[in-house]
Design a binder for this molecule. Structure first.
Ligand SMILES: N[C@@H](CCC(=O)N[C@@H](CS)C(=O)NCC(=O)O)C(=O)O
Length: 275
């Protein structure tokens, strides 16, 4: 039984765990997109691509990883943090959808990961810094923040997220740019990702790998959550339409429950039964 890594000296949210079953702790669903956290959406999509059995657990805005974030997982009685570290661990211990990639493919995959997760993502982070009203509105976490306790979550959650995003965009430098500069940056980054994908179904051909989960999770934030300027989505539709089609392809194949997840905030992980 795999027991490497992770934290074991921490109270488990799922003490009666099943062996080799992933308990994925993440934000509850919202109406715009199954998760406005690209890291949560990436990890959940990855679990589906790798065909690893998992159960969602809401963090209820109060359960955080030892690093103070979501997502995190519990696996075989231990807690693992950070979506990328979790994926690396699961690839070693459970399933590896990247097995067939050559070492050169791995290197490209790392470079595409950096382009998307360390560069393109600032486009929607900037938008979230300028406008975060929707976070706790009816299409955001609003439905999960009813009653007195909910009102407190709303106030403190909004402050926490606003501060976290402000610190991040300011430290990155994009926070000081004008919307027009960010739109241009978005177009340049999108063009690069679009050229790399080309006319392939997935980044490495016909079969999805980890980078497809990463790309999907971040591109979906651009497609489904508010951006600083409508020009960004228009550009995607007209000049990088292969990326929009890619999002749709991954969504159709791995998120047959997308409508249930968004319209009804369905959190069950029995996605295959909904195909
Ligand atoms: N590098 C981490 C980033 C995770 C992250 O930034 N999570 C955000 C939500 S998108 C979070 O938990 N923020 C709460 C906080 O830091 O206060 C990963 O890949 O999991």
């Amino acid at each position: 039984m795999p027991k490497k890594g992770g934290k074991k000296d921490r109270r488990l949210l799922k003490p009666d765990w099943q062996e080799n079953h992933v308990y994925l702790v993440q934000f509850p669903r919202i109406k715009m997109i199954p998760s406005a956290s690209p890291y949560c959406l990436k990890l959940e999509t990855w679990l589906r691509i790798a065909d690893v059995p998992y159960t969602n657990i809401s963090n209820e805005f109060k359960h955080w990883s030892p690093k103070g974030q979501v997502p995190f997982i519990e696996l075989n009685g231990r807690t693992f943090s950070d979506s990328n570290d979790i994926i690396d661990h699961l690839k070693k211990e459970l399933k590896n959808p990247d097995q067939r990639l050559s070492s050169q493919d791995d290197a490209y995959s790392n470079a595409i990961h950096a382009l998307i997760e360390n560069s393109l993502k600032w486009v929607y982070m900037y938008a979230r810094h300028k406008n975060n009203k929707w976070f706790f509105g009816p299409d955001g976490f609003g439905p999960h923040t009813k009653g007195l306790k909910g009102a407190l979550v709303k106030i403190f959650g909004k402050m926490r997220f606003a501060k976290e995003i402000k610190n991040a965009v300011m430290a990155n430098g994009i926070g000081n740019q004008t919307p027009a500069e960010v739109v241009q940056f978005a177009k340049d980054q999108l063009k690069a990702v679009s050229v790399i994908l080309g006319d392939k179904d997935y980044f490495f051909g016909d079969i999805p790998t980890t980078i497809d989960a990463t790309a999907f999770a971040h591109l979906a934030q651009l497609v489904y959550t508010p951006q600083i300027d409508p020009d960004i989505k228009k550009y995607m539709e007209t000049c990088t339409s292969n990326l929009v089609q890619f999002v749709e392809r991954v969504k159709t194949r791995y998120w047959p429950d997308w409508n249930n997840a968004t319209q009804h905030l369905y959190f069950n992980s029995n996605w295959k039964e909904q195909r």
